[in-house]
Design a protein around this ligand. Structure first.
Ligand code: APR
Length: 259
């Protein structure tokens, strides 16, 4: 349920139209199942389509791109807003803590995936990074069940290896106990410096360093809009707390595909 007043949305849109460098921080909430528009009621209409008509095999056969886009709705809305901002000569950047690759797939160009990406692999020998959409990523995983505790360990030679240099591959993800890569930290710092409007979407704001960005910006009096179905530690310092699902609020706030 969205409990946001129309007046606040209009106020936010005025700020947005005056902003020159918008920065959006996203977390797991933007990809949550609940972020997909509801299937019934007013929120169940996307563009001119009913959600119940899109979530069907025949809709997918007719227009796979449309159906994919429907499931990427909040991500696509951000990608469309970026295009519009760029046309106006303004900056629009997304920093995500998510590793699901959905912003990239939706077409966001100015993207910092601060915790990495599930579909990227890295060589353990030389740190070379490349895309890998293989599923399963290698033959040895084909018949494995994750719940089976008694599965024997897979021999290292059967794990994913680089086809060129043969070194073992690892997911390009920042694991617990590892530091965020220096080049990523530098890019984030630059965006924080330039930002004049900050959106915090679908993150619990408890995991650092991302959880600290709102307070850095609040100290500089940069307006902050939080979009979440709950309150978080960022709520008290945010200029606006838009309470509701990202899939509904992002397009509404950014004036993208409003039905
Ligand atoms: N719309 C908006 N917000 C939502 C929605 C939705 N549809 N569904 C859930 N949320 C909100 C929840 O209320 C919660 O505040 O998304 C947030 C998800 O919080 P977390 O699960 O803690 O995810 P996140 O903040 O991205 O986690 C940060 O922690 O575990 C590490 O590295 C991992 O990147 C992750 C980091």
């Amino acid at each position: 349920m969205v409990s946001t007043t129309t007046g606040k949305i209009a106020e936010f849109r005025r700020l947005l139209s005056r902003a020159h460098s918008v920065l959006v921080l996203t977390g797991a909430g933007i990809s949550a199942e609940s972020g997909v528009p509801t299937f019934r009621g007013a929120a169940g209409v996307w563009r001119q389509f009913r959600a119940t008509d899109l979530a069907t095999p025949s809709a997918f056969a007719r227009s796979p791109s449309l159906v994919w886009e429907f499931y990427h709705y909040p991500h696509v809305a951000l990608a469309e807003a970026e295009k519009r901002f760029e046309k106006e000569g303004k900056r629009f950047n997304v920093i995500t803590q998510n590793v699901d690759g959905l912003h990239r797939r939706a077409g966001t160009q100015n993207l910092i995936e601060m915790h990495g990406n599930l579909f990227m692999v890295r060589r353990t020998s030389c740190e070379f990074i490349e895309e890998n959409n293989g599923s399963p990523i290698c033959e040895a995983f084909a018949n494995r069940r994750s719940a089976d505790e008694n599965s024997p360990e897979i021999d290292e030679k059967d794990l994913p290896h680089c086809r060129k240099c043969k070194s073992l591959l690892r997911p390009h993800i920042v694991w617990f106990g590892e530091h965020i890569w220096n080049d990523v930290t530098e890019k984030v710092e630059k965006e924080i410096q330039l930002c004049d409007l900050f959106l915090v979407v679908g993150t619990s704001s408890v995991v650092y360093p991302a959880a600290g960005y709102a307070s850095i910006l609040a100290e500089r009096n940069i307006p902050i809009a939080e979009i979440n179905i709950e309150t978080t530690p960022s709520t008290s310092i945010a200029t606006y707390h838009f309470h509701g699902p990202a899939a509904q609020l992002i397009p509404q706030l950014l004036s993208v595909n409003i039905v």
